[in-house]
Design a binder for this molecule. Structure first.
Ligand code: PMP
Length: 429
């Protein structure tokens, strides 16, 4: 494939944008080479600035569960834009999307809209701290909750000790309030809770992790966390930015029957526009300003265009619930197909899948937490795989630590083509 124009655009971008990108993982730094610049997208396909057509397994990192430029979403945005783009006053559509979200998601009474997943998680933690009067939080190594300071804490310093920042700019003062636990390790969480008695506001996690590849919760893990929280008054926060409105209409809470105290959303809820949200039962949500004392705000929160896209997306998902089964079947088909060809080609691999999230790790051992994901992240092999896929028209995430997000716009021909390319690329390993 030719990437001449993308390369020129990247050179221009780097002069005026740090690294040429507005979000780091887009830069292909982990896999080498240069990013492709996309001109347009439709359904399951991206079309780049050089005219290459790619089957897309990123879908804007998750939001586009029905594929690109989905007509009801686009029509809703265009119609709304004609009436003005932002008013800074309440609008009816904010209530409409809130009503629908509250109907679709179990165990929430009220929802507040923000502009990104980062804001949602950051605000959820502030609310948990305000509600409980406690300051510490537990997060899991390998889970990503956006780039706010409390979450940029690296793994490795041991579970019971204080976290340390992994980004310059995060102060030690902030880092000491974030305790790190191992995903899928209940004993580890119990130890942390015991060692920090009456100091912990919340446990936040991706209930199906998607930021170290896809890692489903082990049997009993979420139930165990719920029990710990019930016994201690700690709030359980599900970061469903990736999984909300994707793994089921009501997300992981619906799939597993485990209730969280606060749920964070992003991605699908905005239909591809910048939206995040957090939600809980009345008792907790009424702690927020202007009713309660915990402050949280946003000039563009509940923006009409973003709400129009989100409402159109949720309306589609709510009224055509068969979509969830359809997309899951497609993911299972891809899983089986890749499993077959990778086995035939004698590749060491582990495929993890939950609903329409799937990832391929190039190692034999089960991938259940950050350590095992890191061990299986055979970066040399992954990078070869990534570039082989791209060269053959398949766009997957440019990092070994990301999940693939399927869209229901993918046809079985697209999936067959993908499996064929996986076969071709890994034959050459
Ligand atoms: N939480 C999770 C689980 C995410 O995957 C992400 C982003 N990938 C975020 C939070 C942050 O969302 P945003 O990038 O919209 O700020």
């Amino acid at each position: 494939m030719i990437y001449k124009r993308s390369s020129e655009l990247f050179a221009d971008a780097q002069k005026v944008i740090p690294g040429g990108v507005n979000s780091p993982v887009r830069a292909f730094k982990a896999v080498g080479g240069e990013p492709i610049f996309v001109e347009k997208a439709e359904g399951a396909y991206l079309y780049d600035e050089d005219g290459n057509k790619l089957i897309d397994y990123i879908n804007s990192w998750g939001p586009l569960i029905l594929g690109h430029a989905h007509k009801p979403v686009i029509d809703a945005v265009i119609e709304k834009a004609r009436k003005g783009t932002s008013f800074g006053t309440p609008t009816e559509i904010e209530t409409k999307i809130a009503e629908l979200a509250v109907k679709m998601v179990p165990n929430i009474d009220k929802i507040r809209m923000v502009n990104s997943g980062t804001e949602a998680c950051m605000s959820a933690v502030r609310l948990a701290r305000g509600f409980t009067g406690k300051e510490k939080i537990i997060k899991f190594a390998g889970c990503y909750h956006g780039h706010s300071d409390s979450f940029l804490i690296q793994a490795g310093s041991g579970a019971v000790t204080f976290g340390t920042p992994n980004s310059p700019g995060v102060t030690q003062g902030t880092a000491k309030d974030t305790l790190l636990a191992k995903f899928n390790d209940l004993e580890n969480v119990k130890d942390l809770v015991e060692a920090n008695k009456d100091e912990i506001a919340c446990i936040i996690l991706e209930p199906v992790a998607g930021n170290m590849g896809c890692i489903p919760p082990a049997e009993g893990f979420l139930e165990g966390l719920r029990k710990i929280c019930d016994e201690t008054g700690i709030l359980l926060v599900f970061d469903e930015v990736m999984t909300g409105f994707r793994l089921a209409p009501g997300g992981v809470q619906e799939r597993t029957g485990v209730n969280a105290d606060i749920v964070c959303f992003g991605k699908v809820i905005g239909g591809g526009l910048p939206v995040g949200a957090f939600a809980a039962r009345n008792e907790i949500m009424d702690y927020l300003a202007p009713v309660g004392p915990v402050y949280q705000a946003g000039t563009l929160s509940g923006n009409p265009l973003a709400m129009a896209a989100g409402l159109a997306m949720l309306t589609e998902l709510d009224s055509k619930r068969e979509i969830f089964e359809s997309i899951e079947k497609k993911t299972e088909y891809l899983h089986k197909g890749m499993d077959k060809v990778l086995t035939q080609n004698n590749v060491d691999f582990t495929i993890n899948r939950f609903g329409s999230m799937i990832s391929v790790h190039f190692g034999k051992e089960p991938v259940t937490d950050f350590d095992s994901a890191a061990k299986s992240a055979n970066l040399g092999v992954f990078n070869k795989f990534f570039h082989g896929m791209l060269e053959n028209g398949i766009y997957i995430a440019p990092s070994a630590f990301e999940t693939w997000f399927l869209s229901d716009a993918l046809s079985y021909e697209d999936l067959d083509r993908t499996i064929e390319v996986v076969d071709k690329v890994t034959k050459e390993f």
